[in-house]
Write a protein that binds this ligand. Structure first.
Ligand code: FMN
Length: 668
């Protein structure tokens, strides 16, 4: 496809797409993102707003997350009913709300097949062959060929229903290890009937499904295909096989665009949402290779495209014809409009933390560390200003909770003073951002600082505010965002003086980061925190020490991280040669420590002490204690401070931005 640049801040992104069925006003699409905003299989207000905001924000196409497409299987309360006509009014309202912004709306059709297990194994799953699911180990019931044909007819009827509700098309997801992928892959499909046995037969389900949808729907109906680019499974679909599949399915008479997914429901699921440990746009060169097999069908690039300049570069280099902006559009629904109008600097950036994925995997409604207004009207219209009157507000703490509260309160018209004990803003997130893979976190506090400065927040840096400092400003409201400090883990290290010189990990890393270069000996981390900061620090230690050992009393590391984050952490730790010692407790003796010896013992039952020698670094990551020194004196002075973020209870960045935002809004 030849692209002729037009006049715009990003001429390739702004270029309309003029396919025979797929006609788009620009090249930016929102790919399928499970939001868990659906309730009782119906379009909820939040679901509607999430999508309408992104359409209003300039996206040319939205692929709505997978719908419940079959009446008899895989139905979830948190996915839209599209299998019977009762769903039509809700689907039509959604389609209208998107199309009014000149945005095309597609729905993803996907079935989890043998991945449709419940933890209690209460469901019977089905699949191509009776082989265990890579994730759950559940062995499915193998569908008969009549059942496959029946299913194809039902999916086509669902596509027709979506069309009658006003949807422009469907995206068939044959990726991520779901049912269509299970049929495509020799790893999961060992059938010997017409739907398996050889390459052609493994593709038959998809080909028949495409033909059935073409037969059921009108001539303008769009069909997109999401295919595996490399599923990360031995004996599955590797990059070469993905090329063959692309070529075999790339018929411009039936298919309107193609996209590729990486990894699958297996040990490689984290590939599909590359986080901050990956380079930006890691798949662009391989997408360009696969595009050569697509026979001129537009290809949508997916995978950590965050910045409009990068998106433009992918198109300009001819690596793809469209860009799918998933996580970055979760963070800023107006990504497209801002980019195309030359206001890319105003985009609130995705920091590739994958909190969004973690929230839907929990499972709970989608959430974003850097978009506390997600799916609300103000995420696109801005924070509502007060109609009159202002309050004097003091915020204590210059971390992300305090910064968020300060700029939001200021945007609403209040007079805000922020005290930061540190001489820099950003708090714990700033230290985290100094470690490998978390650099993007700067995008959270940098954005907040810019907002705070432009809105006139008075920022007092390097001041450990006392109650008297706060009271002297005669505040109407105080927000305490004073954070938390890592606690001494008495249960692990005792309460004696002898070991009290061992630094906690944040303190130790602050010190080490000032002295890069190689360090002699073994670094030992006692890990009871199980959050990402610890493992980013371990990555840094791996690059700077001879050897790294992680001791934890639990069965594995990263217990507080969701599945894809944990997969990435374990892959990196093992790849870096880190020795993970589960079920171990430190058993330290002062005399030994001085000789560089760290003792440890079994966490459960009895066991011998073991030793790590030539230790050059020892630190611990434990729970954190909220810093609440100011609470009692402020209360005694008659104030009712709002506690936000770690000061309220030590948790995550998500809680910090969310509670800071809410505090800024609440002040009236
Ligand atoms: C929270 C979340 C939910 C997702 N849900 C789906 C889904 O239901 N179906 C699908 O094909 N891809 C899903 N994806 C993958 C995205 O469509 C996209 O391929 C991936 O996020 C890479 O694009 P990005 O780097 O721009 O986010 C999801 C991704 C995220 C972060």
């Amino acid at each position: 496809m030849i692209q002729t640049p037009t006049m715009s801040a990003f001429s390739y992104l702004a270029q309309p797409l003029e396919g025979s069925r797929l006609r788009l006003k620009n090249r930016v699409a929102h790919p399928a993102i499970l939001t868990l905003l659906v309730q009782n299989q119906e379009v909820s207000e939040a679901f509607m707003r999430y999508h309408a905001n992104r359409a209003k924000g300039g996206a040319a196409m939205i692929v709505v997350e997978p719908v419940n497409a079959l009446s008899w299987h895989s139905r979830r309360q948190v996915q839209l009913n599209a299998y019977d006509d009762a769903s039509l009014p809700g689907l039509a309202r959604l389609a209208d709300a998107i199309r009014v912004h000149d945005c095309r709306i597609l729905a993803q059709i996907q079935d989890r097949g043998r991945g449709n297990y419940s933890r209690a194994r209460a469901d019977i799953t089905y699949g191509p062959s009776a082989l265990p699911d890579d994730e759950s180990g559940a062995v499915p019931y193998p569908l008969s060929s009549d059942e496959v044909a029946e299913m194809i007819a039902a999916f086509a009827a669902t596509a027709r229903r979506l069309e009658s509700a006003g949807f422009d098309g469907v995206e068939l997801s044959a990726a991520h290890g779901h049912l269509f992928h299970q049929f495509l892959s020799p790893h999961s499909n060992r059938r010997e009937d017409r739907y398996g046995g050889n390459f052609t037969s493994r593709l038959r389900l998809l080909k028949e499904l495409i033909a059935a949808i073409r037969g059921a729907c009108g001539p303008a109906f769009v069909i997109g295909l999401k295919l595996p680019g490399d599923d990360g499974i031995e004996g599955g679909i590797d990059f070469a096989e993905a090329g063959r599949i692309t070529e075999a399915l790339a018929d411009p008479k039936t298919i309107d665009y193609m996209a590729f997914a990486w990894g699958s429901q297996s040990k490689a699921l984290h590939w599909h949402i590359p986080d901050g440990h990956w380079p930006r746009m890691p798949y662009a060169p391989r997408i360009a290779e696969l595009r050569k097999f697509a026979g001129g069908i537009p290809v949508m690039a997916l995978g950590r495209i965050v910045d409009p300049n990068e998106a433009e570069a992918v198109l300009a280099a001819g690596q793809a014809d469209l860009v799918g902006i998933g996580r970055a559009m979760i963070t800023d629904p107006a990504w497209t409009k801002k980019a195309l109008s030359g206001r890319g600097y105003a985009i609130r950036p995705c920091v590739s933390c994958n909190t969004c994925w973690g929230s839907v995997a929990t499972p709970s409604a989608i959430a974003c560390d850097n978009n506390p207004a997600l799916a609300t009207p103000r995420e696109i219209d801005g924070v509502p200003a007060l109609s009159g009157g202002f309050r004097r507000v003091v915020v204590v703490g210059g971390g992300v909770a305090g910064l968020e509260a300060a700029w939001v309160a200021s945007a609403r018209g209040h007079e805000v003073t922020l005290f930061s004990a540190s001489s820099t803003l950003g708090g714990r997130a700033r230290l985290a951002a100094a470690l490998p893979g978390a650099e993007g976190l700067a995008g959270v506090y940098d954005h907040q600082i810019a907002e705070a400065q432009s809105r006139g927040v008075r920022i007092e840096l390097g001041i450990q505010a006392e109650a008297a400092d706060i009271l002297s400003l005669e505040p109407d409201h105080v927000v305490l965002a004073s954070g938390a400090r890592m606690a001494w883990p008495e249960d692990l290290l005792g309460n004696g003086e002898a070991l009290s010189g061992i630094p906690d990990l944040p303190a130790a890393m602050t010190d080490l980061l000032a002295h890069s270069g190689h360090h002699e000996g073994t670094a030992v981390v006692i890990d009871e925190d199980h959050g990402s900061f610890t493992y980013n620090a371990v990555d840094w230690l791996t690059a700077h020490f001879d050897r790294v050992v992680v001791l934890t009393s639990r069965d594995t590391v990263a217990r507080h991280e969701h599945r894809v984050a944990r997969q990435g952490i374990i892959e990196r730790l093992l790849g870096g040669g880190v020795e993970i010692r589960p079920f171990r407790l430190p058993d330290l003796r002062p005399g030994e420590l001085e000789d560089g010896i760290v003792g440890h013992r079994q966490a459960i039952g009895n066991g011998h002490r073991q030793f790590i020698e030539e230790v050059g670094f020892l630190s611990y990551a434990a729970h954190r204690d909220p810093r609440l020194e100011l609470l009692a004196p402020l209360r005694a002075a008659g104030l009712r401070p709002r506690l936000v973020g770690d000061a309220r209870a030590p948790r995550t960045l998500l809680h910090a931005t969310r509670e800071g935002h809410a505090a800024g809004l609440e002040i009236t």
